[in-house]
Design a protein around this ligand. Structure first.
Ligand code: AMP
Ligand code: MG
Length: 428
């Protein structure tokens, strides 16, 4: 049945009209660009982690609190880089050489005590200190060994096959700076320059809380409408991976008092609190509501996909990062925002993940307004992205090995076009 065009519509609730572009940013709302949000975090946060002195062997992965100054040069004295024969270069004439050997040898840790007279050579091994009278070494492979003498071709440069004292590090040089996350190679460097103890930061304690009435513990019976808490195991593992000390504060129902108690506990036991879920402005978004109530809340509507609402606040002096509940958004927001922020709190300074420009193996056209992170991985030197961008697709998170970052503005990408790829490992 058709109605006459002039007939008055009854006054009843109707859905809002669809916009031309229903994904455009709502008018009058300030969306914070990713870089602005990061700059604000960088400016407002500073180190809170305490420090302690640890022996070298226990310092791997810790954040350096004080500079490391070389107590000794590396190498500490000039030594031979090869197994061969050492002598003074000034004694060599032009053309082929024959030098008599003196008795004895210089080996690593067992130096030759005497002086090698000019015009003579001494057997010398790799790492052995150059004795008095030796500044040049010839490799044994380049020598004919006769009875008490050696012969070799001319053309050897002064100082050949030797290592200068301090050519790697001079004593007194600062070899590592505060904020450095200590690697196995760093430990070798500290050991080599005579530093056996390091002043490091205590690991940043980060409380992890999942929120939502629908959540049950994995492995427990789940009723209709319930889902397993996937964020907590992910975030705890991720934090550990990033070098922080996660503290599991469990699941909290969508209830203001329970959440308040969890925040109180987090503020006592941890240096920072990471929550997931309840971060928007909905009826059951208690994280943002509670932070609002404390008057220490900033709801950051960040122009990013996935995961725009990020509730940031301070609870009893402890920063709270209220992540979105969707696991994909929770992980992306942790990597992009929480990770550098926690790094600052942990004493690492501000660190940005290393991104690589690689050819795309996909096509995509994006609208302006939000920076986008796609679940991606590299195969055959090209960035593949997961077939679905849905932020509930946990399988895509697991499939991926990193993120492709698409710019804030519009972009049209075709196969072979360069895109920015950030491996998950770059966030460490
Ligand atoms: P919320 O941010 O609380 O509105 O949650 C957004 C979506 O993420 C909802 O579908 C939630 O059920 C889901 N979600 C929230 N927390 C978790 C969690 N810990 N594990 C898995 N999914 C979650
Ligand atoms: Mg929720």
């Amino acid at each position: 049945m058709t109605e006459p065009a002039d007939r008055k519509q009854p006054e009843r609730l109707r859905p809002p009209p669809l916009r031309d572009d229903c994904f455009a940013l709502p008018a009058g709302v300030d969306w914070t660009p990713v870089d602005t949000a990061l700059a604000m975090l960088r400016e407002r946060l500073s180190v809170v982690a305490g420090s302690e002195v640890l022996p070298l062997g226990q310092a791997q992965g810790r954040v350096l609190a004080e500079p490391v100054v070389a107590r000794r040069a590396n190498p500490p004295q000039p030594n031979s880089a090869v197994d061969g024969y050492g002598f003074a270069h000034t004694a060599l004439g032009a053309g082929d050489q024959v030098l008599p050997l003196i008795k004895g040898r210089s080996a690593a840790g067992v130096p030759f005590a005497g002086t090698v007279p000019e015009g003579y050579a001494l057997r010398i091994l790799t790492g052995a200190a150059l004795p008095e009278g030796v500044d040049t070494v010839i490799m044994e492979e380049d020598v004919s060994l006769g009875d008490g003498e050696i012969a070799f071709r001319g053309g050897l440069k002064p100082g050949a096959n030797t290592r200068r004292a301090g050519e790697d590090v001079e004593a007194g040089e600062t070899v590592l700076h505060p904020g450095r996350v200590l690697t196995p190679a760093d430990l070798a460097l500290c050991a080599a320059v005579g530093v056996a103890e390091l002043s490091v930061r205590q690991p940043l304690r980060v409380a992890v809380i999942s929120t939502g009435d629908e959540l049950v513990e994995p492995g427990q019976p789940a009723r209709e409408g319930q889902i397993f808490d996937a964020n907590r195991p992910m975030l705890i593992a991720l934090l550990r991976d990033l070098g922080f000390h996660p503290i599991d504060l469990g699941r909290v129902a969508d209830d203001r008092d329970s959440l308040r108690a969890a925040f109180d506990r987090g503020a006592t036991e941890a240096d920072a609190i990471l929550t997931s879920g309840g971060a928007s402005a909905g009826d059951e978004d208690h994280v943002s509501a509670l932070l609002n109530e404390a008057g220490a809340m900033a709801e950051w509507r960040i122009a990013l996909k996935p995961g725009r609402p990020l509730a940031l606040g301070v609870w009893n002096g402890t920063p709270v990062f209220g992540l979105p509940g969707n696991p994909v958004a929770a992980m992306v927001c942790t990597l992009i925002f929480a990770r550098p922020a926690l790094g600052l709190l942990a004493g690492e300074g501000w660190r940005e993940p290393q991104a690589f420009e690689v050819p795309a193996a996909f096509s995509k056209s994006k609208k302006p307004g939000r920076r986008e992170y796609l679940r991606a991985r590299i195969r055959d030197g090209r960035a593949e992205v997961f077939h679905s961008e849905g932020s509930g697709r946990i399988s895509g998170l697991s499939w991926a090995e990193g993120l492709v970052e698409l710019p804030d503005g519009a972009a049209v990408i075709g196969p072979g076009d360069p895109v920015r790829y950030i491996p998950y490992g770059s966030f460490r």
